[in-house]
Design a protein around this ligand. Structure first.
Ligand SMILES: [Zn+2]
Length: 329
């Protein structure tokens, strides 16, 4: 274990390289890798190792090197004994240490050598080469900064990949769930699909979904599917996007129920959206606030839009699905 730790510490420069390589493989590799290993795990490991390296570097005195007690090369050169094998005598003179070369001289000759050395003016101590105290902190900050930058890259790529970034299993589980929820609103078994081809719904038609009135099949855009997936499977909410996605699913479900008029369909959708949102994981208040916000936005579309819910869409109005309660939607 200690040997492993030692090897890790000595190769600490390779930690960021390993993390970068793994992140690239995870982002560009097969979706199976993404579903097998959540990306936060390598990030946690990298962060943990950085912290261990940092704590250890601090504990060992900031990596300060102890001064070498042996003769320096300049000592050896000064006395003409550059070879490693020569013996040297250590003579203390005040605070200074003087090395006297010794190669079999008589005691008298040694005394002479010492006297010669003592006549030399004291040399200032060479500065001790020490790693500055802030070096571990700088190394730690650089490491954490790199981890943070990589996390941002992963987040950006994943956010743009959205629905297409999910593996087939996750997409199947999600559409099954959407279909089950839509069936409750439609009153009969229906299928919700996500239009990955982009040919059925999407940018061209300027709509978020299509459904056959009274039929059993509806398509949503991948963006709406992904917002619903994030809510239902990851508990991840971004208020107006999530609200729009819930309203769209409920809207198509009401078309499948048999309602054709767009204003009436949308009015029903915003009321059903409260319960739908709760069933997908929202709390009561949030779900209701989201549908109220959608109703406000709907009014802002202008009377010309066929999607505007109209004056019947109010508490106690013709389109009120539950006239007994006073909450709307
Ligand atoms: Zn519609």
């Amino acid at each position: 274990m200690l040997a492993l730790w030692d090897r890790l510490r000595r190769a600490s420069w390779s930690l960021p390289v390993a993390l970068i390589l793994f992140v690239l493989l995870w982002l560009l590799g097969p979706p199976e890798l993404r579903s097998a290993i959540p990306i936060y795990i390598p990030f946690l490991i990298a962060l943990g190792l950085e912290m261990l390296f940092f704590v250890e570097a601090r504990r060992s005195g900031g990596g300060r090197r102890r001064p070498d007690r042996g003769p320096t090369t300049s000592d050896r050169e000064r006395y003409g004994y550059a070879a490693e094998t020569d013996e040297l005598l250590l003579v203390r003179r005040g605070d200074e240490e003087v090395w006297i070369p010794y190669s079999g001289q008589t005691p008298e000759e040694i005394d002479e050598l010492i006297a010669d050395a003592e006549e030399e003016p004291p040399r200032p101590m060479p500065p001790v080469p020490a790693r500055p105290w802030h070096q571990p902190i700088r190394r730690f900050l650089v490491g954490v900064g790199l981890i943070g930058a990589l996390a941002v890259v992963v987040w950006l790529v994943e956010r743009n990949r959205g629905w297409d970034g999910l593996d087939a299993e996750a997409r199947a589980a999600a559409t099954e769930r959407f279909s089950a929820e839509a069936s409750r609103v439609a009153g009969h078994a229906v299928t919700i699909r996500c239009d990955e081809s982009g040919e059925i719904v999407g940018v061209v038609q300027h709509t978020d979904g299509v459904a056959e009135v009274g039929g059993d099949l509806a398509y949503l855009t991948p963006q709406r599917c992904y917002d619903l997936y994030r809510l239902a499977f990851e508990g991840d909410v971004s208020f107006s996007q999530t609200a729009r996605a819930i309203a769209v699913l409920a809207h198509e479900a009401w078309h499948l129920n048999g309602v054709r008029d767009e204003g009436r369909t949308e009015c029903y959708a915003l009321q059903s959206g409260v319960e739908l949102g709760q069933r997908l994981g929202l709390d009561d208040d949030t779900a209701r606030q989201m549908m109220r916000q959608q109703l406000v936005e709907n009014a802002g579309r202008g009377a010309a839009s066929e999607y505007v819910v109209g004056p019947e869409c109010r508490d106690g109005g013709e389109f009120d699905l539950d006239r007994r309660d006073s909450e709307f939607p």
